[in-house]
Design a protein around this ligand. Structure first.
Ligand code: GTP
Length: 198
């Protein structure tokens, strides 16, 4: 029997977007011999009973036995969160972007343990919110949908309309002493800076 962190949460990996700064599809950028999105996929499969990808050009993932949901509202990562929430069978989803080389299981577990009484659980480091490695319930659909319908796509502009639990910098630092959990790769220089990446 697998020991999931939670079998009532769907893991949602965002694989849309343009990868303009990277100049090539970030999802398939290899880190230590494995495509970036697959590193998150492996973690999510270990943690959650269901995992889906959200993004366009689903045929890119034909070799993987995973469901791909096309964006309902294309053009932003928040639209991807909205699609994940709409399409998931479960009340809760855990969202990750596909460009985190070192997604943290400790942070994931901690966030999941705090959801009781909240609509979303979101890390907040000294750099600000990390909405693309966070937990959302379907109660977030309405405020996110309203924001997107108004043409806005700021990932956290809807927080005042929901009960959002913030997990602050001290807690995050304790769970991620190396400080790599939210490192994401946006440019070829980011890849060089990270080192050890082929
Ligand atoms: N499903 C979906 N995911 C998206 C969309 N835009 C961005 N993402 C995802 O959100 C995460 C962060 O993406 P960004 O780095 O902000 O944007 P990007 O378009 O991938 O890259 P740039 O073109 O360089 O800004 C990545 O996992 C992307 O795959 C979108 O419109 N739909």
């Amino acid at each position: 029997m697998p020991h999931f962190v939670a079998d009532d949460i769907t893991g949602v990996i965002l694989v849309g977007g343009k990868s303009r700064r990277m100049g090539r599809d970030k999802a398939f950028l290899e880190v230590q011999g494995k495509p970036l999105f697959e590193r998150v996929l492996d973690l999510f499969r270990e943690c959650f009973a269901q995992v889906v990808l959200v993004g366009d050009r689903g045929e890119r993932f034909a070799d993987y036995p995973v469901r791909v949901l096309p964006d309902l509202i294309p053009g932003s990562s928040l639209g991807g969160v909205y699609t994940g929430l709409s399409g998931a069978d479960s009340e809760w989803i855990f969202v990750s972007s596909c460009d985190l080389p070192f997604p943290s299981k400790s942070i994931l577990q901690h966030l999941c343990s705090l959801r009781e009484g909240f609509d979303a659980v979101v890390p907040k480091t000294r750099q600000g919110y990390e909405p693309l490695f966070a937990l959302y319930s379907k109660r977030c659909l309405a405020p996110i949908g309203e924001l997107l319908a108004g043409g806005e796509c700021c990932a956290y502009a809807w927080y005042p309309q929901a009960k959002v639990k913030e997990v602050g910098p001290e807690e995050i630092a304790r769970l991620d002493p190396a400080g790599t959990a939210f490192l994401n790769l946006n440019t070829p220089q980011d890849v060089v800076n990270t080192g050890g990446i082929t």
